[in-house]
Design a protein around this ligand. Structure first.
Ligand SMILES: Nc1ncnc2c1ncn2[C@@H]1O[C@H](COP(=O)(O)OP(=O)(O)OP(=O)(O)O)[C@@H](O)[C@H]1O
Length: 299
């Protein structure tokens, strides 16, 4: 079942179009990442999904329909959650659960369940001001899930955490994705790769890539030849050949040459190596990684 469908979504601020006619969909039980560098438009999309910002065009359908009341449908963890620091974790959950209309007996049960899920059972009576960044983020997940939403939306849930907090959060999200459909934004490819079966790569308001990791690799991967030889500064510029070579990156004496066609690229590079009499130490064919594709697309 299609959980969320976005058709021709646009957002314009004054004369600047920050979201440019994008389409995507998320099916039930999928975990999808909105991946893009700073300013790509991730938060703007999320705000439109939540109804906080009005789209300039297009439509957003939840389970196939425009929804007027989406609060019960979506759980949301903002990029910078602000909790009342004087509240305890339990008080916050009771407050948020109350806002979502959960009745009292059910709420108490649900609160215990959520604290258990996010590993804060022993900390529920402590004031939030005493929580670490990671604990606050986990409490943020608990409040987002308190009303059993069908879709959990998170804006950069792991980016601000230290490596330990990040690892904890990723493990927690791996557990949660077994029960809930998830959309989260991130500028960190590895987080998207580790958690998601679907990735949307966004840059300057445009959706460049949309699909599973396997599909993205299959459709976008280009061959790269790695050549290593002394004095690369002298010979690397001679590999420029727009008919065959898409790009060249150099790191000391190791040069990565992205070509548009394996066979043509290989024979032209071997001819050139021969012509220049390069004493090569390495000549290797690899395929672009997801990171290579991401960097290429957002550069
Ligand atoms: N209220 C606004 N008025 C004008 N421009 C805005 C407004 N909100 C966002 N923008 C612009 O829209 C673009 C996308 O911003 P957005 O915050 O959605 O990006 P992002 O991908 O979430 O980036 P980040 O990772 O830095 O949060 C940016 O160029 C930003 O300056």
């Amino acid at each position: 079942m299609i959980m969320l469908q976005v058709n021709h979504l646009r957002k314009q601020y004054a004369d600047k179009e920050v979201i440019k006619d994008i389409d995507f969909q998320i099916n039930q039980d999928e975990c999808a990442a909105l991946l893009g560098p700073n300013g790509a438009g991730k938060t703007t999309i999320i705000k439109m999904l939540l109804g906080i910002t009005k789209p300039s065009g297009g439509e957003i359908l939840f389970e196939g329909h425009r929804q007027d009341k989406i609060r019960h449908f979506i759980g949301y963890l903002p990029q910078h959650p602000t909790f009342y620091p004087w509240m305890t974790g339990k008080e916050l959950l009771a407050f948020m659960g109350g806002l979502s209309g959960i009745d009292k007996p059910a709420l108490s049960h649900r609160m215990s369940e959520m604290l258990e899920l996010v590993g804060l059972s022993k900390d529920g009576d402590k004031r939030i001001v005493t929580y670490s960044g990671g604990m606050k983020q986990r409490l943020g997940i608990a409040q987002a899930l308190i009303h059993e939403p069908k879709l959990l939306i998170m804006d950069e849930p792991v980016s601000a955490l230290d490596p330990l907090g990040r690892r904890d959060m990723l493990e927690l999200l791996k557990m949660i994705k077994k029960q809930t459909t998830i959309l989260f934004s991130t500028h960190i490819l590895h987080d998207a790769e580790e958690l998601c079966n679907k990735i949307f790569i966004l840059n300057q308001g445009q959706l460049l890539v949309n699909g599973s990791i396997d599909q993205i690799l299959l459709q976008n991967q280009q061959p790269i030849f790695i050549i290593q030889a002394p004095h690369a500064n002298e010979w690397a510029p001679q590999l420029v050949n727009p008919a065959v070579v898409e790009s060249i990156t150099q790191n000391e004496n190791l040069v990565k040459v992205r070509v548009n066609h394996i066979d043509q690229g290989r024979s032209w590079l071997l001819d050139t190596i021969h012509r220049l009499k390069l004493p090569i130490q390495k000549f290797e064919l690899v395929q672009e990684s997801l990171e290579d594709i991401f960097m290429r697309m957002v550069k």
